[in-house]
Design a binder for this molecule. Structure first.
Ligand code: GDP
Ligand code: MN
Length: 382
């Protein structure tokens, strides 16, 4: 899960990394209030999860409230490489003497952490890696040993930062490493890490990606979820804990298991239709999970029919059928439903469903027949 710059900076601040005072704003008025609180001059920064915001006009210095109004007005709503800006971060502007690069990530093949530090910051690290690979000091860190102060200092010296930056950089890198490990991140990056004319070292940007596998021990991440989701359907599904990806078609798809959900999307295509989504309800097809899935699909206005494709493995056919029947009691569904139920105790499951069949609830024995029927129904209702 990727964070916005302002969220990354909030995380950094919790670990004691110096960042500038600032505030997030969704309107021009809020931006002015944030600027007054931070103190002029300020920098107004587009909050989108894509690099190169500066070049795209998404980062502007502002000396007073009129400047903030002008720049926030231009940046809010701006499209940066396909990302529409709905928030700006306004922070007290820094004076820059030098710009560095620092990051920690995982070196999967070495099964170790990898720190990268460069005196050439402010530009994308990929560019530095390509044009001047020797300008990046790499440090492999054994997760068991962690990062000691002497090792960190030697690394900073190897990167040949301005000696005036050494102490500040060592301090920040130790804290950044702590934020990376303790915060369960996959990546923490500061670009640029700056040295000010007064000799202070400071994080001017923040890029953080959190490891979703650690979600269970971070209840505080709940408030971060959804912020990066632009699709309202995906937002709703994520809140219900469903594996959902919105697509462009009109056949709503529900399947158990990611492989079957993909195969279901494929077969809808194969018979000439287009899936409205990918939705994997996972192992157990309980009534509540099924009701949640149906609700998400039902709220998608482009859906014209629903294809439920379940292969009973550990979950038995009759449990799945009962789950579907109970879910239909809970949610009133606008589109006709086609069900293909196979696997363990499929016969018993189909027998239960047959008691509820109508022109709005059809059961088909094979995937391809079910897909054809769902696509025909969607076409008839378009
Ligand atoms: P990115 O281009 O999306 O990575 O955005 P950054 O936050 O890294 O900002 C890009 C560039 O804008 C930095 O490398 C700086 O040169 C400049 N910049 C950002 N904040 C400030 C600031 O407070 N003062 C000054 N003088 N320049 C800034
Ligand atoms: Mn940057």
């Amino acid at each position: 899960m990727d964070l916005f710059e302002y969220q990354g900076k909030q995380l950094f601040a919790r670990y004691g990394i110096p960042v500038s005072a600032g505030g997030v704003a969704e309107t021009v008025d809020e931006a002015v209030r944030a600027a007054e609180a931070a103190g002029y001059p300020v920098v107004v920064k587009a909050q989108v999860q894509v690099g190169g915001r500066g070049k795209a006009g998404g980062i502007k210095l502002a000396a007073n409230a009129d400047d903030v109004r002008l720049h926030a007005g231009n940046i809010l709503g701006m499209d940066i490489k396909g990302h529409v800006v709905s928030r700006v971060w306004v922070e007290h502007a820094s004076d820059i003497a030098e710009e560095y690069y620092a990051s920690f990530t995982l070196d999967r093949s070495a099964k170790k952490y990898l720190g990268m530090l460069s005196a050439q910051g402010g530009i994308e690290i990929e560019t530095v890696a390509e044009e001047n690979p020797d300008a990046i000091a790499r440090l492999t860190i054994d997760p068991v040993d962690g990062l000691s102060e002497p090792n960190c200092r030697a690394w900073v010296e190897a990167a040949k930062l301005n000696p005036a930056a050494t102490d500040g950089a060592v301090d920040i890198l130790l804290k950044l490493f702590h934020a990376y490990v303790d915060g369960d991140a996959d990546l923490v990056e500061i670009n640029p890490l700056i040295l000010t004319p007064e000799g202070k070292v400071h994080a001017l940007d923040a890029k953080v990606s959190l490891d979703e596998n650690a979600r269970f021990r971070h209840p505080e991440w709940d408030e971060l979820v959804g912020l990066e989701k632009t699709d309202a359907r995906e937002f709703e599904a994520a809140e219900k804990g469903l594996q959902y990806v919105g697509l462009e078609g009109n056949v709503g798809v529900i399947a158990n298991g990611a492989g079957l959900a993909m195969a279901t999307c494929d077969i809808v295509h194969e018979v000439g239709g287009r899936p409205a989504n990918f939705l994997d309800i996972g192992g157990g097809a309980s009534a509540q999970v099924m009701a949640n899935a149906l609700e998400v699909i039902n709220n998608d206005p482009s859906v014209r029919s629903i294809f439920i494709n379940i292969f009973g493995g550990i979950t038995k056919g009759e449990e799945v059928a009962n789950g579907i029947v109970q879910a239909l009691d809970q949610v009133s569904i606008a589109s006709p439903i086609v069900i293909r139920l196979d696997g363990t105790n499929a016969e018993q499951g189909r027998a239960i469903l047959s008691g509820y069949e109508s022109d709005r609830l059809v059961s088909k024995p094979t995937m391809v027949e079910a897909a054809r029927t769902a696509v025909e129904m969607a076409e008839a209702r378009s």
